[in-house]
Write a protein that binds this ligand. Structure first.
Ligand code: AMP
Length: 296
């Protein structure tokens, strides 16, 4: 695996791969790699070659009181994991390389970026969209891989790719979880043992929603009441939001139809975690339990 630190060299390598007729796959990350990231890399290696992973802790997506300075960084450990995963190129630029002096552009995906996570973390998605567009412009991959763990982010990037007619296809991969249901996240390492145990409440709450939906419940308020009750029963969890939204518009819905998401965000001490479940309803007219798929 070759490690690349400059934008110019990354562009050059990616340009050469395209000229050779190869289909490049890019997995953007902030490092502190775990099995969730590796699942995206596996998807990239299935579809594409070369497989390129970027590691960049993007200052633009952290709020002033967020964990930018203490975000876990261990490039050497990450490099080894990527080597083992069969990655061809690691792109690890510095902040100055990504945002040279005088950098002024930002990308705002209107509407979608202002709600839920965007409301609690103002400017977060502007930072995400800006860095992702810059990475997609540098690498110009045929495929770019994102996790459904960050469902709103994935939706926003898809919208940006459509609106700006980007050449890269945005691929969204399933959530990878620990055996106890906790979604893998680089921030899980901030949790104390008690908080880590408490974090299972997110999965329990989503599982409760799944059971209710599979039994035929379609009223969002009733499902959310159960989810919020589950969250309230965990004393170490402080819920930020629990919402059921249309998977396309990201607007709250009253009744579950077609494709929607149950989205959760909660704090465990100073650590904020998010999780979600995707619900696909084949035919909601009869309100029957058949034709329902709940992807946790
Ligand atoms: P991050 O390094 O946290 O910015 O994440 C990089 C990519 O990995 C994003 O597209 C995330 O959605 C994805 N990701 C993070 N955690 C998981 C997980 N548990 N399962 C699947 N994808 C994930």
């Amino acid at each position: 695996m070759e490690v690349i630190h400059t934008v110019e060299w990354m562009k050059q390598v990616a340009r050469q791969a395209r000229a050779d007729g190869r289909l490049t796959g890019l997995v953007p990350t902030m490092g502190a790699l775990h099995a969730g990231h590796i699942s995206l890399i596996e998807a990239a290696r299935r579809d594409a070659s070369p497989a390129i992973v970027s590691i960049f802790v993007n200052p633009k997506q952290f709020g002033p009181s967020e964990d930018y300075t203490k975000y876990p960084r261990d490039l050497e450990a990450d490099r080894q994991k990527l080597e083992e995963a069969g990655v061809d190129f690691l792109f690890a630029p510095s902040v100055e390389e990504m945002y040279p002096t005088g950098f002024r552009t930002s990308v705002n995906v209107e509407g979608l970026a202002d709600r839920l996570e965007g409301k609690i973390r103002p400017g977060h998605f502007r930072g995400v969209a800006t860095v992702v567009l810059r990475l997609l412009e540098i690498v110009a991959p045929r495929f770019a891989y994102f996790g459904r763990k960050d469902a709103q982010q994935a939706r926003i990037i898809r919208q940006m790719a459509t609106d700006l007619a980007l050449e890269s296809e945005i691929v969204v991969c399933p959530i990878v979880r620990e055996p106890d249901g906790v979604a893998l996240s680089s921030r899980n390492r901030y949790l104390s043992p008690e908080e880590r145990k408490a974090a299972t409440v997110l999965y329990r709450a989503l599982s409760r929603a799944r059971r209710t939906i599979e039994e035929g419940e379609r009223e969002a308020m009733r499902i959310l009441a159960l989810v919020r009750q589950e969250l309230a029963e965990e004393p170490l969890a402080s819920a930020d939001y629990a919402e059921i939204i249309d998977a396309d518009s990201f607007e709250p819905i009253m009744r579950l139809t077609r494709s929607c998401l149950v989205l959760l965000a909660a704090r465990f001490g100073s650590t904020r975690l998010i999780d979600n479940m995707q619900v696909e309803i084949a035919d909601s007219r009869g309100g029957t339990p058949s034709g329902v798929i709940c992807n946790l």
